[in-house]
Design a protein around this ligand. Structure first.
Ligand SMILES: [Zn+2]
Length: 162
């Protein structure tokens, strides 16, 4: 897997508003690029630490935790604890420009975040929003949802795993 070293990754980082008092560093940019590349990932500190090192921005554990906590406090990341009591950080949904498409089942009302194609949908959305902004429109809430019936409801006999 190629590391995010292309100039285009800097535009990704600029879409994040850094928390007050936080400087844009190689590490914060790498962190933003990491979540942009994996918008559905809920990453642990050690996974983030490894990914930043792989991206050429190695930082120590304390710094990784500090960054993640500050991004979480700023609402950019959502902090959660998994079943194994590992703290994980996932991208918080941001209505204005990074709406994550989701699927809603009309029968059981479960919601799934759509991983596949999500990045493409988001980049398309950004173009739409940029065009609207250019036209002078502002403050747009984006909600992308696909409604239908989930596999479990559509094919109950198939015994689809949850
Ligand atoms: Zn369903």
């Amino acid at each position: 897997m190629p590391t995010a070293r292309s100039p285009s990754s800097s535009s990704v980082a600029s879409s994040w508003t850094l928390p007050a008092g936080m400087r844009a560093t190689k590490a914060t940019r790498a962190l933003a690029a990491l979540y942009e590349a994996r918008p559905d990932a809920a990453l642990s500190e050690s996974e983030v630490e490894a990914a930043l090192a792989a991206a050429g921005a190695p930082v120590n554990k304390v710094t990784v935790y500090r960054m993640l906590d500050r991004f979480a406090a700023a609402g950019l990341l959502h902090k959660q604890v998994d079943a194994a009591r590992v703290t994980r950080f996932a991208l918080a949904s941001q209505d204005e420009d990074t709406a994550v498409p989701r699927f809603e089942c009309g029968d059981c009302h479960r919601q799934f975040r759509l991983a596949q194609g999500s990045a493409r949908v988001q980049s398309a959305l950004k173009q739409v929003l940029a065009a609207l902004a250019t036209a002078g429109h502002e403050s747009l809430a984006v909600d992308v949802a696909v409604r239908g019936r989930c596999a479990g409801c559509a094919h109950p006999a198939g015994g689809a795993a949850a």
